[in-house]
Write a protein that binds this ligand. Structure first.
Ligand code: COA
Length: 571
């Protein structure tokens, strides 16, 4: 049986090559023309600890990493212990035995078991590192993972490590095939046969945000490394210089956001990327950007918080900080992405909005999306528009904070004749001169907040998934949207009246769109991965809706099954 939508999970000790194994399976499926959606979790320790990689593949569109696996490959006893409760009848179980560091309990009824002595084989070949390639060869045979493309991707990765390592791994792959061929395949699972490859790219969320920055005309990036955001800076550092741009690695997050403000003030399209702890440190300078009306864009890749929290785990708990994270009334625009394609498209939107509205724009991504690789149509630079900041036309007396009809005042590049002005974090008059008069603070507050209001009407309307009346409406955000899409579809297939509402413009809030959606639903469920129900809070604060919060915060994303069960509970 070719199950069109197949989920393979590989797990073991960090350092055993679990991540590479998963990457190879994902790349091979993508090269064979299939859709992929991957999810990986690894330990916060720099080496060792439980690492897991899950590939979901299908000829059809995939929106999340799925409920659980169909095929599970355990490299060690810890991986087996963590996942054995998921070995349900019908699942296939490949494990390192004999010669591994564990012997599984009795194989549950209906589970298809395949012992593969991957450690033993690798040791006999005097190349323990290649244990994961023995596993890969076995998986290739057992589940019809395209061997040609697998060999292409593993050669590409290991060739740079030298001929000897490459050959050890190719031999290990063949050994894995031999070991699998010696077993009788009893399970029904196999990856769909190669279809005609589409013109797609396979890219992870963080790399996609980096690509979006370049498509959005980025000129300056200042970074300070932090898990799980670092790869955005790595991607930009590799490619931005080729386009004449500059990336600086600053001494800390405060310096990096200050450099972004400085470069923007000097006329450059600038951004940084960080995670919760960094966003907290940047709060004061974001207030400076609000006050001085300086365009800055910041990608915040959320992780488990607060404090150091769960650096490598998934959470969407920075909405409070993103929307209100500065002292005083400090306006900003906040967007959040659903998937890897949004990481490209909405990074362009965020850069454009910062330039157009001359304020901080925070784009929220999250830990699971950062590392999730997905197949997306190859982006075409011609499809992206670059919006430039309003510049002074040189006529008359220049007033940096001129009170205009749309609240947006003309900027100048430093050194422009007649354009000299005071740019300050102090409250000020239209010229920028510091002023502590009540009318100055009142009028400038009104200006700074009114100028971003039009975003709600101008940004693409929030997507409504489904028509007519519904018993339950699911409102959710971030990568949790992908889970809701599948939950809504499966509930509808079962005859339930369920709809979805997927906001991406988080602030200013499109209140009327929320109200219009809620008016068609008897109940509103708000699933999100944080403890307090942060979006539910804003829904209660800004709309007349009475949401039913549904929060999890175990460092893992929702599964469609979880959401489906909750909807049935409240139905
Ligand atoms: N032969 C030779 N080399 C191999 C191999 C093989 N058969 N299989 C894997 N490797 C290499 C990989 O190429 C990789 O090296 P590279 O980085 O030079 O490419 C390395 O071994 C690790 O393998 P990989 O499969 O990528 O990861 P893993 O499954 O072994 O897990 C991690 C290791 C990911 C947990 C660990 O490397 C890591 O990233 N730790 C940091 C976690 C972190 O970020 N903590 C947060 C701090 S705040």
């Amino acid at each position: 049986m070719v199950k069109n939508d197949l989920i393979i999970r590989v797990a073991g000790e960090g350092g055993e090559g679990v991540i590479s194994t998963g990457d190879f399976i994902a790349a091979a499926c993508a090269r064979a023309g299939l859709e992929i959606y991957t999810f990986k979790t690894f330990p916060a320790e720099v080496k060792g600890g439980y690492a897991m990689y899950q590939v979901r593949t299908s000829p059809d569109r995939i929106y999340n990493q799925g409920d659980t696996f169909d095929v599970f490959c355990a490299f060690n006893g810890e991986a087996y212990e963590v996942n054995k409760h998921l070995l349900k009848p019908g699942t296939a179980f490949v494990y390192d035995y004999p010669g591994g560091d564990f012997e599984p309990d009795a194989i549950p009824e209906g589970v298809f078991a395949y012992p593969i002595p991957m450690s033993k084989a690798a040791k006999e070949m005097k190349s323990y590192r290649s244990k994961n390639m023995v596993a890969l060869g076995a998986l290739s045979v057992l589940f019809n993972i395209n061997e040609t493309t697998l060999k292409q991707v593993l050669t590409k990765k290991f060739a740079r490590k030298g001929e000897e390592i490459l050959n050890f791994n190719l031999q290990a792959f063949e050994k894995g095939k031999e070991l699998a061929n010696a077993l009788e395949k009893t399970d029904p699972w196999r990856v769909a046969d190669a279809t005609t490859p589409k013109d797609v790219i396979v890219i992870a969320g963080n790399d996609a945000a980096g690509m979006g920055a370049l498509l959005g005309g980025l000129e300056f990036f200042s970074a300070y490394p932090i898990t799980p955001a670092t790869e955005i800076a790595k991607y930009v550092a590799t490619h931005l210089p080729k386009l004449g741009g500059t990336l600086i690695q600053a001494e800390d997050e405060i310096a990096s956001i200050a450099q972004v403000l400085g470069a923007s003030y000097a006329g450059k399209r600038s951004m940084t990327a960080t995670s919760g702890p960094g966003l907290a440190l940047m709060s004061e300078m974001l207030g400076m950007a609000s006050m001085s009306e300086t365009p800055v864009m910041l990608v915040n890749v959320q992780r488990g918080g607060p404090s150091t929290g769960l650096p490598t785990k998934h959470e969407q708990s920075d909405l409070f900080l993103a929307i209100h994270g500065s002292h005083g009334d400090a306006p900003r625009i906040v967007l959040s992405v659903e998937d890897v394609k949004d990481c490209i498209d909405m990074t362009v939107d965020a850069l454009n909005m910062a330039e157009e509205y001359q304020c901080p724009v925070i784009l929220l991504s999250d830990g699971s999306l950062a590392f999730s690789t997905q197949t997306i149509p190859r982006p075409n630079p011609a499809d992206y528009t670059i919006v430039k900041r309003k510049m002074w036309d040189g006529e008359g007396t220049y007033k940096r904070y001129e009170l205009t009809a749309d609240g947006i005042s003309p900027m100048v590049d430093p050194g422009t004749p007649g354009g000299m002005h005071i740019a300050t974090g102090l409250e000020h008059t239209e010229t920028g001169a510091p002023s502590f008069k009540p009318e100055a603070h009142e009028s400038m507050h009104a200006k700074r907040f009114s100028k971003i209001k039009p975003v709600v009407a101008r940004y693409k309307p929030t997507e409504v998934d489904g028509e007519g009346e519904a018993d339950v409406g699911i409102i959710t955000w971030g990568s949790t949207i992908g889970v809701a899409r599948e939950a809504v579809a499966r509930l509808r297939d079962e005859g339930h009246k369920v709809k979805g509402f997927y906001p991406k413009l988080m602030w200013p809030m499109p209140v009327e769109q929320y109200e219009a959606f809620a008016a068609t639903c008897k109940k509103i469920l708000v699933p999100e991965v944080n403890y307090q129900g942060q979006l539910s809070h804003f829904i209660r604060a800004e709309t007349s809706i009475k949401p039913i919060p549904y929060t999890i915060c175990g460092g893992l994303p929702f599964t469609p099954a979880q959401m489906i069960a909750k909807v049935k509970e409240i139905l």
